[in-house]
Ligand binder design. Structure first.
Ligand SMILES: *[C@@H]1O[C@H](CO)[C@@H](O)[C@H](O)[C@H]1NC(C)=O
Length: 146
């Protein structure tokens, strides 16, 4: 009970700080993702601070090179999530550029079969969200622990 309350508070504070720093709201993105999952009776995801960190780093990286990419100098999303201390059994990443807000980013992902498949991934448990206002780069990281 305590830990559920505690992590809700931590997530809430994380979301506020993230929102102030980046102008995007991971809680809102989470809600949009879970709305889609609920339509086909999939369990809701929760935010994970390590996935948020990995996703934010990647949004910043893409903004810095002005390129949509799943790779960076040190590897792919699996490497980025692992580097944040998340031992994954499965992972996925959605990226987009130019969308003005969470709803627009979700719309383009839901129209892209591989990205839609991540949003509706049955094996995922956690979500991370990253955003850079420098070019409006968006990242969603999905994973489940080992
Ligand atoms: C992840 O795995 C490594 C060993 O591969 C271990 O040292 C570490 O404690 C694990 N981290 C978590 C969060 O389980």
């Amino acid at each position: 009970m305590f830990s559920i309350k505690y992590s809700a508070i931590v997530l809430f504070i994380t979301a506020i700080l993230f929102n102030i720093a980046n102008g995007a709201d991971p809680n809102y993105m989470l809600q949009l993702v879970n709305n889609e999952r609920k339509k086909i009776n999939l369990p809701a995801l929760t935010l994970d601070s390590r996935l948020i960190k990995a996703a934010q780093n990647h949004a910043d990286y893409m903004a810095s090179i002005k390129t949509l990419t799943h790779d960076d100098k040190s590897g792919n999303v699996g490497d980025r999530i692992k580097a944040q201390g998340y031992n994954w059994s499965v992972y996925g990443e959605n990226i987009a550029a130019g969308q003005q807000n969470e709803v627009e980013a979700m719309k383009s992902w839901m129209n892209s079969p591989p990205y839609k498949q991540n949003i509706l991934g049955e094996r995922f448990k956690h979500l991370g969200v990253g955003y850079s206002s420098n070019g409006n780069y968006w990242t969603q990281n999905f994973a489940a622990p080992i």
